[in-house]
Ligand binder design. Structure first.
Ligand SMILES: Nc1nc2c(ncn2[C@@H]2O[C@H](COP(=O)(O)OP(=O)(O)OP(=O)(O)O)[C@@H](O)[C@H]2O)c(=O)[nH]1
Length: 392
């Protein structure tokens, strides 16, 4: 629930009721009858990147930009003129210039005599769609849906929200957080103590992401992050066929040595296909297929991992931006598509062995991984100031 303001500015019962009814992940603003913002929730600030004092006293138009559809804006204007409720899906801009799809609900607040005294707006953020976009892409997700993502049928959504263009056929991905924090403990490890935070996915029974944290990361920007997907074969059985365990060990040590950072560990064995399928894929690799074709001959996707939980956990920890420990540029794309701010990439440079060399070069050749194995030294590839969403 949104905390109900005790502020003198939002005193009407109707406005208070509106605020009480909102989910905690919705950003809320209240304007006076002349559409000047008099209240802004913390979540609204967080979602848009503007601080409260940058918002109060302004008109909500500051979220619009060059790609905001004028048809959507005119629907809002008309609803306000007619003093009626409206729900609109439109492209908005955060303070850093990045775009997001906003499901905006505006409700006029009336006094006892029925006069409109203020307007309350609730903002809900959706996944980014590619820009510049074509009509047919407009509502298409920028990345394929996997079974772990939340599909929302655009037809259904468009029954509730006015969208500027009606040719809505593709599915929409709504970024509705679904990863709940469960508990935190201190975990002594061979690499030193870490805070271990457990989460639970609301939709997938048994899917329990964890965050292994060193130092203070909450509310910080440029936090070192390793997004690590489960690899039982190397991490438990010591398989030499891949570099997963080495990368996990390296990341924990790197984060410890840097003083702060986190590993988000996800149960997505075998790039999302599961352990048994991965073992079947290994069998295919013994027959001569590389890591990509082995999946394909089994009718399995190359990579069906989902990073929804990463965005939710970063939001839950109020982490503003991350420096990602990875050699996989697509991981950066996928995280930024979900709205996470990746400010730079830190390569992980590790030696190969006779069993992993083929796998690693296949990943570089077929999956776009950056393969640097000449030296053990890790240097940060900075991409300059926060250019979220346009790193590579
Ligand atoms: N399907 C399949 N999965 C594999 C294979 N080898 C390792 N994995 C899985 O690959 C996942 C790790 O992905 P990688 O492609 O190694 O690396 P990445 O996470 O994409 O990129 P980095 O951030 O650079 O590590 C883990 O879930 C492993 O279980 C394989 O041969 N086939």
């Amino acid at each position: 629930m949104v905390q109900v303001v005790s502020s003198k500015t939002v005193t009407s019962k109707a406005a208070q009721n509106f605020l009480r009814g909102r989910g905690s992940r919705e950003g809320v603003v209240v304007t006076n009858a002349r559409e000047i913002i008099i209240y802004v929730s913390d979540e609204f600030s967080r979602l848009t990147g503007y601080s409260r004092h940058e918002i109060i006293g302004r008109n909500c138009r500051f979220l619009q930009g060059s790609d905001t559809d004028p048809e959507a804006v005119s629907e809002i204007r008309q609803a306000i003129r007619e003093r009626r409720e409206c729900r609109v899906g439109l492209l908005n801009y955060r303070k850093d210039g990045s775009q997001f799809w906003n499901l905006l609900s505006i409700t006029p607040i009336r006094n006892r005599r029925g006069q409109v005294t203020s307007f309350a707006g609730a903002l809900m953020m959706m996944a980014l769609v590619p820009t510049p976009f074509t009509d047919s892409q407009l509502f298409a997700s920028s990345f394929p849906l996997t079974e772990t993502e939340t599909p929302i049928d655009a037809e259904i959504l468009s029954e509730h929200f006015f969208f500027p263009r009606k040719r809505v056929t593709a599915k929409l991905l709504a970024v509705i957080p679904r990863t709940d924090f469960v508990a935190e403990t201190i975990l002594p490890t061979s690499k030193g103590p870490f805070r271990l935070r457990a989460y639970r996915d609301r939709h997938i029974p048994g899917y329990e992401p964890v965050a292994l944290i060193s130092g203070h990361v909450e509310g910080m920007k440029d936090v070192i992050l390793r997004v690590h997907d489960q690899c039982v074969t190397s991490e438990v059985f010591g398989s030499l066929k891949c570099d997963c365990k080495d990368q996990l060990d390296y990341s924990m040590e790197f984060i410890r040595d840097q003083g702060a950072g986190l590993v988000i560990y996800l149960q997505q064995e075998g790039r999302g296909i599961g352990l048994a399928n991965k073992i079947a894929a290994y069998r295919m690799q013994e027959l001569g297929y590389d890591t990509v074709d082995a999946n394909r001959v089994l009718g399995l996707p190359d990579d069906s991992r989902d990073y929804h939980a990463v965005k939710d956990i970063l939001d839950e920890l109020n982490i503003q931006s991350v420096r990602l420990l990875t050699n996989n540029p697509r991981k950066i794309d996928r995280l930024t598509s979900l709205g996470a701010c990746v400010s730079s990439r830190i390569p992980i440079v590790l030696p190969t062995n006779e069993f992993s060399a083929g796998y690693l070069s296949a990943k570089a050749a077929r999956m776009g991984h950056i393969l640097e194995t000449r030296t053990m030294v890790v240097t940060e590839h900075s991409h300059g100031s926060r250019e979220c969403g346009s790193l590579l």
